[in-house]
Ligand binder design. Structure first.
Ligand code: NAD
Length: 481
């Protein structure tokens, strides 16, 4: 399973100046495989290859030709889906059932989606101009894209960048996280099998330094980043100075707002998917639960009993609902936040430590704190683990004010018997996406954040725009006639 070479310029390439990283299995804490880690010279080589590929056969393909190649790329990704899903589960602890869908099938779906979108899109359109002539509006690829991804949903988050970038005619340098370096090679293997021209997709796993070098690189035309808000701010500053377009998908602290008329059975049935997906290691997880004072005890009891019943264990078992954290460091971070919660006035109702019998690997008990004040650290900061904070509210206006009193704005949901009321509440929440009685990303609709959750949108037709630049060619009235 070792991956000791990068994929650069269509070939397997030994590192010029990087090192190696031992990828560890999250459920056991034992070594899984070794992966090469890029240094600056490796990043330079990858960017150089991507620049050359822009001017090569890839740049000469029209939209239909590119769409055909992308469909083949999607088929090859899908053919590797089962294996890819298992690799991710070993790397980051995502329960296999979820991994099969998001890591196994998600990338192929997204590549096909954007292939279909460009089939129907001309490269140029001619419009009558306001001055009586004509203007040709061209859609050109923005150029070389630096795609930098985190470890929590490594496959779909890479595909959310690769698919529209390639559809637009760009070339890509993908820099995955060290923790999930192995699964990223599915994109390289599929690119080879599908016959993508050399240099169109380059895969160079690496750490923070390699990412920073890529962001600053003069050969990069656009940065597409998903990760923490801290890293996103640093990348945004550099991109601003360089006037380099950037998309930033960052952290979150979303709400699950339980209205006074909520169906609690429905809410608790969907709690895992909405508030603790991927063991809580999810940017849009609704980990801040707002519960009405009129039903507070009932809501807290229902959440506590539901969470107590979750099956925690090996994420490769189909019945597992909560797997381990990605790494020892991530478990430490989550346990530290649980310690902060215990030291506050909040009330621990279930969990709060390492589960019995699971000392190996990076497991944390699913944990619930009740009586949390929205000003508490555990209600304000992204924990990125299986920890829920239940905050009481009085009126619905107060609940909306609490929801909006956050540094973040990424996801969120409301639970109510009245869908119209739910939509109205959704309109008033400062966020990039919101669900009524569920929360599930729609790959056909834009996704992204406001405030500290980021800039720009991915997915849907809107997700193609950031990879295109428009050029207008003005024709004089006399030439137009
Ligand atoms: P991270 O910011 O530490 O790292 C993300 C990626 O960026 C990695 O590849 C890392 O090597 C690289 N990186 C880190 N610092 C960098 C820098 N200064 N310059 C360039 N590259 C840099 O995040 P993580 O711990 O891997 O992932 C968890 C975070 O990602 C959470 O905050 C989570 O909310 C966020 N996330 C957001 C979304 C979204 O769509 N909004 C989705 C998933 C995860």
């Amino acid at each position: 399973m070792d991956r000791k070479e990068f994929f650069i310029d269509g070939a397997w390439t030994a590192s010029l100046d990087g090192g190696a990283h031992q990828v560890v299995e999250a459920a056991t804490g034992r070594p899984l495989a070794e992966a090469a880690m890029a240094g600056a010279a490796d990043i330079d080589a990858a960017v150089g290859a991507a620049r050359r590929a822009l001017a090569g056969p890839w740049g000469e393909l029209g939209n239909p030709g590119r769409a055909d190649l992308l469909d083949r790329f999607a088929d090859e990704l899908q053919a590797r889906g089962r294996e890819t899903a298992e690799t991710v589960t070993r790397e980051n602890g995502m329960p296999i059932k979820m991994s099969k869908s998001v890591n196994g099938y998600g990338p192929a779906f997204m590549v096909r989606y954007y292939a279909k979108l460009i089939r129907g899109l001309g490269l140029e359109e001619s419009r009558p101009s306001a001055a009586g002539g004509r203007t040709i509006v061209r859609r050109e690829p923005v150029g070389v894209v630096a795609a930098i991804t985190p470890w929590n949903y490594p496959q779909p988050l890479a595909a959310m960048k690769l698919a529209p970038a390639l559809a637009a005619g760009c070339t890509v340098v993908l820099k995955p996280s060290p923790e999930t370096a192995l699964d990223a090679y599915a994109f390289a293997d599929a690119a080879v099998a599908a016959g993508l021209p050399a240099g169109v997709v380059n895969v160079v796993p690496g750490g923070r330094e390699a990412g920073a070098h890529l962001v600053r690189h003069p050969g990069v035309d656009k940065v597409a980043f998903t990760g923490s808000t801290g890293a996103g701010r640093a990348i945004g500053e550099i991109s601003g100075r360089l006037l380099r377009p950037v998309t930033l998908e960052l952290g979150g602290k979303s709400v699950s707002l339980v209205a006074d008329d909520a169906d609690l059975d429905l809410f608790t049935a969907r709690l895992l998917d909405v508030s603790l997906p991927n063991n809580g290691q999810t940017c849009h997880a609704g980990t801040r639960i707002l519960a009405p004072r009129t039903r507070y005890g009932e809501v807290v009891d229902a959440i506590t009993e539901t969470v107590r019943g979750y099956r925690v264990g090996n994420p490769l078992d189909r019945g597992t609902q909560i797997g381990p954290m990605v790494s020892r460091a991530q478990r430490r971070r989550v346990l530290d936040y649980i310690g902060i919660g215990k030291a506050s006035d909040a009330r621990l109702t279930v969990g709060g430590g390492v589960p019995a019998g699971l000392a190996e690997g990076w497991f944390v008990e699913p944990t619930v704190f009740a009586d949390v004040d929205n000003g508490d650290v555990i209600a304000r900061e992204e924990i990125f683990g299986p920890v829920l904070a239940v905050v009481p509210y009085g009126t619905i206006d107060e609940a909306i004010a609490i929801a909006n009193d956050s540094d973040y704005g990424l996801g969120g949901s409301v639970w109510t018997a009245d869908e119209e009321r739910g939509i109205e509440i959704g309109r008033r929440i400062q966020t990039g996406s919101f669900g009524v009685n569920h929360y599930e990303l729609d790959l056909d609709a834009p996704f992204g954040g406001v405030k500290g959750s980021g800039l720009g949108r991915e997915l849907g037709p809107e997700g193609l725009g950031p990879y295109l630049v428009h050029k207008s060619i003005y024709l004089a009235a006399s030439a137009a006639s």
